[in-house]
Design a protein around this ligand. Structure first.
Ligand SMILES: CCCCCCCCCCCCCC(=O)SCCNC(=O)CCNC(=O)[C@H](O)C(C)(C)COP(=O)(O)OP(=O)(O)OC[C@H]1O[C@@H](n2cnc3c(N)ncnc32)[C@H](O)[C@@H]1OP(=O)(O)O
Length: 182
């Protein structure tokens, strides 16, 4: 039997408000790829999304990617998993502003409109706040201003050693609080 998920991305209690780190990139700064082979943002990934994120005001991020034939599910249409990837990456980019390493614990996605190949999806993520190690956030994806996707997520703050212990090519020297790049 496959058990349904037992958790929710809707906060169950009042959250501690998010604090933009004093060293966070200024609003309008285009963020570098956190890892060149990342399937979402890496410039070296041959078929990745090449999603570009920009720091916004407060604890917000915007992102953009153009859907190509490499991202199809049905002919001519973006695969839902690829769209979840784009939302996950944009939400994860909030780590640049918070300067806390974290991983996705839960991602809830509403697919509202189809997203055709050749279109550019504009994404926006906002940190709602913290409950202990849990970071709650929401995101929206728009096509020419019309809402196509919505997401709610829980990220869990982890020690930098998480990536050394579980990943490859990572050492205590090359893991930072704000990027994962061997
Ligand atoms: C890194 C910096 C990057 C900077 C560049 C940014 C760009 C990056 C962009 C990349 C973006 C892409 C990013 C990616 O793709 S990250 C890759 C996809 N995600 C993963 O691989 C995560 C896999 N899971 C784990 O490693 C562990 O289960 C974690 C670390 C999450 C927790 O295991 P751990 O043993 O450490 O902790 P705990 O079990 O005591 O839980 C701790 C607290 O968290 C709460 N909890 C746990 N799970 C969930 C859940 N599912 N929903 C809601 N809440 C959850 C839990 O109730 C507890 O709360 P409380 O009871 O204490 O209140």
């Amino acid at each position: 039997m496959i058990e349904p998920p037992s958790r929710t991305a809707t906060p169950q209690r009042e959250l501690e408000p998010p604090v933009r780190h004093p060293d966070a990139p200024a609003p309008g700064t285009v963020l570098p790829s956190h890892y060149e082979n990342c399937v979402a943002c890496g410039p070296s990934h041959p078929t990745g999304l090449r999603l570009v994120s920009t720091a916004g005001p407060d604890v917000t991020i915007t992102g953009e990617f153009t859907v190509t034939r490499d991202h199809q599910g049905a002919p001519g249409l973006a695969h839902g998993g690829v769209l979840a990837l784009a939302l996950d990456e944009t939400l994860g980019g909030l780590a640049w502003l918070l300067r806390k390493p974290m991983v996705t614990g839960r991602l809830e996605t509403d697919y509202i409109r189809h997203v055709p190949v050749g279109t550019t999806l504009s994404l926006e993520a906002r940190c709602l706040g913290f409950a202990g190690r849990r970071m709650y956030a929401k995101a929206v994806g728009r096509l020419s201003g019309r809402v196509a996707l919505r997401a709610s997520a829980v990220f869990v703050v982890v020690p930098p050693e998480h990536f050394v212990e579980h990943g490859t090519d990572m050492t205590a020297e090359n893991v930072h609080d704000y990027e994962v790049n061997p």
